[in-house]
Design a protein around this ligand. Structure first.
Ligand code: FAD
Length: 432
């Protein structure tokens, strides 16, 4: 797990332990050995768990299931995180879908609707803490250097907080989701991704709560869009299940010969640190580093900038996001990076290169999102904040900005780097 996810997990386990009246049992080590010891300690005759979809977890859990069944234990696994099982949604010829819209509209929506969530159990009979259980601190999930000050202030990591967040979103923000979700400074996205990833709220709960809002709000297309974003979450797990090489291999093989740039350490560092000289990219990368989250529109812009303008392999972006995102998710992260890089199943075409300046002018018109995360530019007028190097000297002086000194000059030229990317892509065109 990356640093930000480990940090989130610590608080999530702490909160769960609290809900279970301090009866959460934590173990570390080989799961089969631990389960076997627990079976002996408790005389358990049956074991249940929720399924995971990462390839290494599927392999691990299948092995455990077989071994426990061989010991005469009853074992059952359940779907606790997806709306539809990946193996249930197939094309007529029984092969997996590779394109989102038919997968979701024709495949998923024609199946039995997602089940309604169950309430909190009234009574959980739980064992006292086992002799061999560890305290949470022993997992050493928290950082040794305290980089999490802002993150602590930003997130309330509990199941109740997830429920409250969903309520607030449905009541106040869902109605304008379709349009509002494009603007990073607007409060129209749910920010539920980390809670969903860690199972602090179920996708079924989000799905039904949003669907039921049709009775309350006029703009049903916003509900449809929100549900289809949950559909994208499903699709990424679906792709990972059917194409387990998703985190590492280009799904479109012609990208295997793509001529990535060399000697890119300085550019990669500038991107990671939010010092590229492109304010929207820098704001996004700093939002990520300080809060563990980045708005989806900005994730697309910074991703396109890394892969296309800097010509840096999508793996480097995937790794950095993995370490910094509180919602880091193997399926969503790798599917999204392949989508951005153009090499995925239903990917944005490579030639669709986001221009960070026009994206900024369109989606952060007044520059408020930029000002929040790039304080050096706080006093820049909206007209020039998207491309400060083009501002007249007197405007820069009045805003206290010195391009190349207290705010970086652009690391690449947008037009030239776009042409370089298209030329690189042209080399892959004749390969299928
Ligand atoms: C390069 C890149 C990397 C990404 N990495 C991750 C990741 O590691 N983990 C992750 O959960 N999402 C990832 N996403 C998808 C998306 O950006 C986030 O899910 C979304 O921004 C989370 O914010 P939200 O909860 O406010 O989303 P909302 O707009 O409120 O959407 C509701 C939920 O739908 C799901 N969702 C929305 N968009 C997508 C999408 N494109 N793909 C998959 N699920 C989606 C999420 O679970 C989200 O919580 C990535 C996107 C890009 C472009």
């Amino acid at each position: 797990m990356g640093g930000a996810s480990r940090w989130w997990l610590h608080q999530a386990l702490e909160s769960l332990n609290h809900s279970l009246q301090d009866k959460l049992n934590i173990f570390q080590g080989d799961p089969l050995t631990i389960l076997t010891t627990l079976i002996e300690e408790t005389s358990a005759s049956s074991i249940v768990w929720n399924r995971c979809y990462e390839p290494w977890r599927i392999a691990r859990d299948s092995k455990i299931k077989t071994a426990l069944k061989d010991q005469g234990i009853e074992v059952d696994s359940y779907n606790g995180s997806l709306l539809w099982e990946p193996w249930q949604v197939l094309k007529k010829d029984q092969t997996p879908y590779k394109v989102f819209t038919p997968y979701y509209r024709r495949g998923c929506l024609s199946k039995t609707p997602p089940r309604k969530p169950l309430g909190i159990p009234g009574n959980i009979r739980s064992q006292a803490v086992s002799q061999s259980a560890l305290t949470l601190d022993k997992l050493q999930l928290l950082p040794s250097i305290p980089w999490d000050t802002e993150m602590r202030a930003r997130w309330d990591i509990s199941e109740t907080a997830a429920q409250d967040r969903l309520d607030e979103f449905v009541i106040d923000e869902l109605e304008d989701y379709r349009e509002g979700r494009n603007f990073p400074n607007k409060a129209n996205v749910s920010r539920l991704s980390a809670y969903l990833h860690f199972g602090q709220i179920s996708t079924n709960t989000a799905w039904h709560r949003a669907s039921d809002a049709a009775a309350l709000i006029d703009n049903e297309s916003s509900i449809d869009t929100f549900l289809s974003e949950l559909g994208w979450r499903e699709f990424s797990h679906y792709l990972l299940y059917h194409f387990p090489q998703l985190p590492s291999d280009n799904l479109q093989q012609r990208f295997n010969i793509f001529p990535w740039a060399e000697n890119t350490d300085a550019d990669l560092r500038a991107w990671q640190q939010g010092r590229t000289g492109y304010p929207l990219v820098d704001a996004g990368m700093r939002e990520l580093y300080t809060t563990g989250y980045m708005h989806n529109r900005v994730r697309m812009v910074v991703g396109s900038f890394l892969v296309k303008n800097l010509l840096i392999h999508w793996h480097r972006g995937e790794e950095w996001f993995w370490d910094c995102l509180v919602d880091a998710d193997l399926a969503a992260n790798s599917a999204s990076w392949q989508w951005i890089a153009g090499c995925g199943a239903d990917a944005a075409p490579f030639f669709r290169i986001f221009n960070p300046v026009t994206q900024s002018e369109k989606f952060d018109k007044q520059g408020d999102y930029i000002r929040r995360y790039v304080p050096e530019l706080a006093d820049m007028p909206a007209k020039y904040i998207h491309a400060p190097w083009l501002a007249p000297a007197e405007v820069l002086a009045a805003a206290g900005v010195e391009v190349g000194a207290n705010y970086p000059a652009p690391v690449v030229d947008i037009k030239e780097s776009r042409e370089r990317a298209l030329a690189a892509f042209a080399l892959t065109k004749n390969i299928t």
